[in-house]
Design a protein around this ligand. Structure first.
Ligand SMILES: NC(=O)c1ccc[n+]([C@@H]2O[C@H](COP(=O)([O-])OP(=O)(O)OC[C@H]3O[C@@H](n4cnc5c(N)ncnc54)[C@H](O)[C@@H]3O)[C@@H](O)[C@H]2O)c1
Length: 333
């Protein structure tokens, strides 16, 4: 299978590109390198530096590489920034994605795997949240991802696209020589480890008065290696011609989480244990729109894709992320 990975120079995309290659796929990467790193792209694969917001720049990679499937990671994903600059998010995540779909349709490439997010659920009414639960995003980032899921559904119906949407919870950890280097960094585990490394003074805990056992917010973390494996399985699922059993809104959506939630304090304590460092922390106010708990029910991915997280323990995720941070204190720079 010839697979084009958009955003394949980014954190999850690069690791997935490596794993797709290892699984026997022929891979090419498309990325504008705004947030990604050329060094993270698997050596030797065709690399197209192109921007999804410029539709003309997509024709060449698609015509030249002729993908049979696209794995679409390229997007902006900072919740706070999306609140301040919603236009940027709709332009990149919705309009950019639409350009990609139109370019694919023009060349008869109709298989797509989309990086969606738990943010589409907003503040879920029940935990663990499952795929058919209501989607009520609480920020423009979640809105932009949900909008693209709806566009995918329309393309499925209109043009026979086979589309799978993978809704991730919080990716964490590192794999081989590849890790997380977001600028700015907003994810809890790398932030905690930057404090451990002495690159930040302290960790801010946003709210300790939630209705949770220790008062801090609970999230579902998933090892990036497990996340990448799920993409390989989903590509294999599409390759077998297994169109999702029903339109995207029902059958083609899969949550990817490990079903266990960890609080901010549990992450902090585990990181203190793993690193042997003190990691000072202060309690700051809640951030608007942060739900108290977000935990995935991923039964569907296990049943339909045959996927099972191999590294569900928080300790393993933090240990791998810590090893990467120590080896790459300045990230890919
Ligand atoms: N990291 C997480 O925990 C998480 C959770 C849920 C969903 N997601 C989704 O997974 C995907 C990947 O996340 P990540 O953490 O690897 O992000 P990332 O920022 O590391 O990677 C995104 C990549 O896309 C590229 N890109 C962005 N806009 C582009 C455009 N217009 N044209 C071409 N390339 C473009 C960037 O340069 C970057 O390399 C995103 O779609 C994100 O919304 C991530």
């Amino acid at each position: 299978m010839r697979v084009l990975v958009t955003g394949g120079a980014g954190y999850i995309g690069a690791i997935t590109a490596h794993k797709l290659l290892a699984a026997g796929c022929t891979v090419a990467v498309l990325d504008n390198l705004e947030k990604g790193y050329r060094a993270a792209v698997p050596p030797g694969v065709p690399f197209y530096q192109a921007d999804l917001r410029q539709p003309d720049s997509l024709a060449l990679p698609l015509r030249e590489f002729r993908p049979e499937a696209v794995v679409h990671f390229a997007a902006y994903s900072l919740v706070g920034e999306s609140v301040q600059h919603p236009g940027r998010y709709f332009k990149n995540n919705v309009l950019g994605g639409l350009h990609l779909l139109e370019a694919m349709a023009a060349l008869d490439c109709r298989r797509i795997l989309f990086s969606s997010t738990a943010a589409v659920y907003g503040d879920p009414a029940r935990i663990p949240v499952v795929e058919d639960d209501p989607t009520v995003p609480t920020n423009p980032y979640g809105d932009s991802k949900l909008a693209f899921e709806k566009i995918l559904t329309a393309f499925q119906r209109a043009y026979g696209f086979q589309a799978v949407s993978l809704r991730y919870f919080n990716a964490a950890g590192a794999w081989q020589d590849l890790g997380e280097d977001h600028r700015p960094e907003t994810h809890l585990i790398p932030l905690v480890l930057e404090v451990a490394l002495g690159r930040r003074e302290q960790l801010s805990i946003y709210g300790d008065d939630y209705d949770t056992p220790d008062g801090t917010a609970i999230r579902d973390y998933i090892h990036v290696s497990d996340l990448a494996d799920a993409h390989v399985r989903a590509v294999e699922y599409l390759a077998k011609g297994q169109s999702p059993p029903s339109p995207l809104v029902n059958g083609g959506v899969f949550n990817l989480g490990n079903g266990a939630g960890y609080s901010v304090r549990e992450v902090l304590e585990t990181a203190r244990r793993v690193t042997g460092r003190a990691i000072p922390a202060v309690v700051a106010g809640r951030r608007p729109g942060d739900p108290p708990r977000l935990v995935a029910g991923s039964k569907r991915a296990r049943q339909v894709l045959g996927w099972k997280p191999r590294f569900p323990e928080l300790e393993a995720m933090i240990a791998d992320a810590w090893a990467w941070k120590q080896a790459h204190p300045d990230g890919y720079a």
